[in-house]
Design a protein around this ligand. Structure first.
Ligand SMILES: [Zn+2]
Length: 364
């Protein structure tokens, strides 16, 4: 008996060490009232998966949409679970969207499904194999096997089926601009883009990054863009010769800020007010990307999940806009809250007490 107890305590300590919690383990369950209060805003979380992706959206109806699930191995799924369950008070993930078939985007899905129910999984259809990942068939098996209520396929111009919001709130939609290099216009008037002729191409990308799902979320006047890991030449197709997307308020920096992505013609055409980069300590936050963000006049604040601690550390945003400064980080997240009327939004890093409010664009 005693021996068992020691073993159990050891396992417990090990699991705490491995998962790197951001919130105390024994935090009390959120009360119903607190959850209801939180659900009157539209809230988003960029969860730290060390250079993978995991973006959580909670609608004013309390419905949840998770875009990507980081890497396998326990760490990322636990971080997502902690934010979803303990911080946001969710009991389930209503919709999980996987943007493309790289393991830093789908790797935590099956582990998360074992921790909390996932109702609907939406993706672009699982391929039999992937040229850039020899172990794809093996890597994707848990995702294929996980228990979910419903599986849906992404279609260009399709939407995520969301519950109606309370009367008086603006319209909310999450639309797919496209997938597998096929795009549709979601902008009200697709305008000709300046700078298409001078935009240069890079070597063609034959990986699944180029096939990433691109989505736009509109909440009243507020607009958010997530292009997964879309790469340079295909990014240009989104805005050249005409801008299919329009402008946005918040741009999730494509592909963790890697320089194979974030074509200046895309970033300048989207003209975001805020950029949020899900980079790692050594992944993403590329020099060209950082320069592009600095040279985009519309950007008032550029957030990063991590400080770039490579040799080229001059390529970073200001420290106050970085969620995690140290290599052995506490997995701090970036949070965004959109006001009920959609006209203002606040970006915060709760762990550092950073908070900044922005005015939503009136014309997209
Ligand atoms: Zn990625």
């Amino acid at each position: 008996m005693k021996k068992n107890r020691v073993l159990f305590a050891g396992l417990f300590a090990a699991s705490v060490l491995v998962s790197g919690f951001t919130v105390p383990l024994l935090r009390p369950e959120p009360t119903k009232k607190a959850v209801a209060a939180a659900a009157t805003n539209l809230t988003m979380y960029w969860i730290d998966t060390e250079g993978g992706a995991a973006t959580l959206i909670i609608t004013p109806a309390g419905e949840s949409v998770l875009i990507d699930t980081g890497n396998p191995g326990g760490r990322d799924s636990e971080r997502i679970y902690q934010v979803a369950r303990q911080v946001a008070g969710l009991k389930q993930i209503d919709h999980l969207l996987t943007t493309h078939w790289h393991i830093d985007h789908f790797g935590g899905a099956a582990e998360l499904a074992a921790k909390m129910p996932i109702v609907e999984v939406i993706d672009k259809g699982i391929p039999a194999n992937l040229s850039e990942d020899k172990n794809f068939a093996q890597n994707i098996q848990p995702y294929k096997d996980m228990t979910v209520k419903k599986r849906s396929l992404i279609k260009p111009n399709g939407t995520i089926q969301l519950q109606k919001l309370a009367k008086g709130l603006p319209n909310l939609s999450i639309r797919f601009v496209g997938v597998d290099k096929q795009f549709v216009a979601v902008a009200k008037n697709s305008k000709a883009t300046d700078g298409c002729e001078s935009a240069t191409d890079k070597a063609p990308d034959t990986s699944d990054n180029a096939n990433s799902t691109v989505l736009v979320m509109d909440y009243g006047p507020f607009r958010f863009f997530d292009g997964g890991d879309l790469t340079w030449n295909i990014e240009k197709n989104l805005v050249c010769p005409t801008n299919l997307v329009g402008t946005v308020d918040v741009y999730q920096v494509n592909h963790h800020g890697l320089d194979q992505s974030n074509n200046p013609v895309l970033v300048k055409s989207l003209a975001p007010t805020v950029s949020i980069m899900n980079n790692g300590t050594r992944k993403g936050c590329g020099p060209e990307t950082v320069k592009t963000l600095r040279n985009t006049p519309s950007i008032q604040a550029a957030y990063q999940l991590h400080k770039n601690i490579r040799q080229d550390s001059e390529y970073n945003t200001q420290e106050g806009y970085i969620a995690n400064l140290e290599e052995n980080c506490k997995a701090n997240f970036v949070k965004l809250t959109v006001a009920p009327d959609g006209k203002k939004y606040t970006v915060s890093i709760p762990a550092t007490k950073h908070e900044k409010t922005f005015t939503t664009k009136t014309v997209h």
